[in-house]
Design a protein around this ligand. Structure first.
Ligand SMILES: [Zn+2]
Length: 327
């Protein structure tokens, strides 16, 4: 087997009780992508990679996946993997120091300077966890050691990988990163019931998360709610632009659907953030949707959003997703 075959073999066949190995493999692949190829491909000399550099990337993946979607990364929700706890604590510190609970991409968070002490501590703790749980285990597949991938002495602070291996990894990055994301998604399917997991995994590959403006849904919402009553508190929205709110949290659905959108006060909207709605609220949404569809039909509106609304009512989507998002 050549290097890429071995690397893909590990990704496809490794055992797992959490997603660490995928984070580890992805971090090393990204390091290969950033590797400066001034050396010839034939050069087989060993290149040193610091576990610290791997840890920074691993921490970023879990920081983002947790902050945006709060994904379970192992089978035991009561005792999550150490790095998840580290990421969660870092998120809490970040939110306290930045004064915002809005999910944010790592590179936009400026986390290294916003909470430098906590960040440094988190990186060191992640290195420790990787040493104990991942660095050498990654190379064991189906009870056998895969040779010739990288050299690692137990407890060391760095590993060694051949120059030509790094270059081959870099050249094959597209197929390798797809394989890692696919397997990571498969693992998450064992621990999570939320929809769009593959899209959620990919969030760590995107520079920014484009939350599409919801303004285009106003023409639908107005049909049922022309006086702009706030769905959350019931009173009229006056002297401000109504916010458009996801009743079932966006972080769960990762999608904008007219059957899940309502008008709300800016303040009511931001104070509720990602809370799971009450049953009373779900019932009101179901009733709203029936009336909304009726009004749309009366007005002869017929497009993709109307048929999605109709389908959502027929297949009871609001109730189903509400039950599912409670875990
Ligand atoms: Zn309100």
């Amino acid at each position: 087997m050549d290097f890429i075959d071995k690397w893909l073999h590990i990704i496809r066949n490794c055992s797992f009780d959490n997603t660490y190995k995928m984070a580890w493999g992805k971090a090393i692949t990204e390091i290969a992508v950033e590797y400066d190829e001034k050396v010839a491909l034939e050069d087989t000399s060993l290149i040193e990679i610091q576990l610290r550099d791997i840890a920074k990337k691993v921490l970023r993946y879990y920081f983002e996946q947790t902050m945006f979607f709060d994904l379970q990364q192992s089978s035991n929700p009561v005792k999550p993997p150490v790095v998840i706890t580290i990421a969660k604590n870092l998120i809490v510190d970040y939110q306290a120091l930045s004064g915002s609970v809005k999910p944010v991409k790592w590179f936009r968070s400026n986390i290294e300077s916003v909470c430098s002490a906590e960040y440094e501590k988190s990186v060191s703790a992640t290195v420790k966890a990787l040493k104990t749980d991942v660095s050498y285990r990654f190379l064991r597949v189906e009870g056998r050691e895969v040779d010739g991938v990288y050299q690692y002495e137990k407890k060391a602070d760095s590993l060694f990988i051949r120059n030509d291996s790094l270059l081959v990894l870099k050249a094959n990055r597209l197929i390798v990163l797809d394989a890692i994301n696919y397997r990571w998604t498969q693992m998450l399917e064992n621990f999570n019931h939320s929809p769009r997991l593959s899209k959620k995994v990919k969030i760590i590959d995107e520079d920014q998360v484009l939350r599409k403006p919801l303004g285009k849904y106003a023409v639908y919402l107005e049909v049922e709610n022309p006086e702009f009553h706030c769905f959350l508190c019931g009173s009229k929205i006056e002297a401000e632009t109504p916010a458009i709110d996801h009743v079932i949290p966006w972080s769960y659905l990762y999608s904008d659907d007219v059957w899940n959108l309502v008008y709300a006060h800016q303040s009511c909207n931001s104070s509720k953030s990602n809370m799971i709605p009450s049953e009373e609220m779900i019932q009101r949404l179901e009733e709203r949707n029936v009336v909304l569809l009726q009004r749309m039909n009366e007005q002869g509106k017929l497009d993709k959003h109307v048929s999605e609304l109709e389908l959502a009512i027929e297949s009871n989507l609001v109730r189903k997703f509400w039950i599912a998002c409670q875990g």
